[in-house]
Design a protein around this ligand. Structure first.
Ligand SMILES: [Zn+2]
Length: 195
């Protein structure tokens, strides 16, 4: 016979699905994410931005949904849709793996850009999102799980060696933008209109 564990006098179902929105908020408020602070040209990624996204999740201004079929087809763990103000996840367990947490930080950086409410160059916003993902992995000690171009990881190490808010140099920005072009990102703009 199976006995459910009892914690603080309440029955705990060990098979219950984690609450993705809450888990994502906890990740965004963690020290590993709250240390991320840089300017990639006009794309500014600050701890306040991640906090605003966590608050947006708590307030229901940003929604979270599961889209296993579509995201499996796209081979993506997670996605943020700036029009719908919604995160999509491939499964309930994405945030239990370091790669999944890195992807979530990447997508949350797009939500930060949406919160700022300004259109951005696709290659700069993607470059900033990959850099945030790399910085998360360095802060969390999970660099081996970072799925980012080499140049992004190099710049992340350089950024992390400097204290406080770091403005990237023109050559760092150009190097990452070139990598984004090689990744297939177009030379257009993302429309961000807040959430
Ligand atoms: Zn992206």
């Amino acid at each position: 016979m199976f006995h459910y564990p009892v914690r603080r006098g309440r029955l705990v179902n060990p098979f219950a699905m984690p609450d993705l929105g809450r888990s994502l908020s906890v990740l965004l408020m963690s020290a590993e994410v709250q240390k991320i602070s840089f300017a990639f040209g006009s794309v500014i990624v600050l701890p306040e931005g991640f906090r605003a996204v966590a608050e947006g999740l708590a307030a229901g201004d940003i929604s979270v949904k599961l889209e296993p079929t579509r995201l499996e087809k796209e081979k993506s763990d997670a996605e943020y849709d700036a029009d719908a103000n919604a995160f999509s996840f491939r499964s309930n367990w994405v945030l239990t793996r370091p790669e999944g947490r890195g992807t979530a930080v990447h997508e949350a950086s797009h939500a930060v850009a949406d919160w700022r409410g300004r259109s951005t160059s696709i290659r700069s916003e993607e470059g900033a999102a990959y850099l945030a993902e790399a910085l998360y992995h360095l802060n969390a000690g999970s660099e081996d799980h970072a799925e980012v171009p080499d140049v992004v990881l190099e710049v992340a190490h350089a950024v992390r060696a400097q204290p406080g808010h770091v403005s990237l140099s023109a050559s760092q920005i150009n190097g990452i933008r070139r990598a984004m072009m090689e990744e297939g990102y177009e030379n257009g703009f993302y429309a961000n209109d807040g959430f």
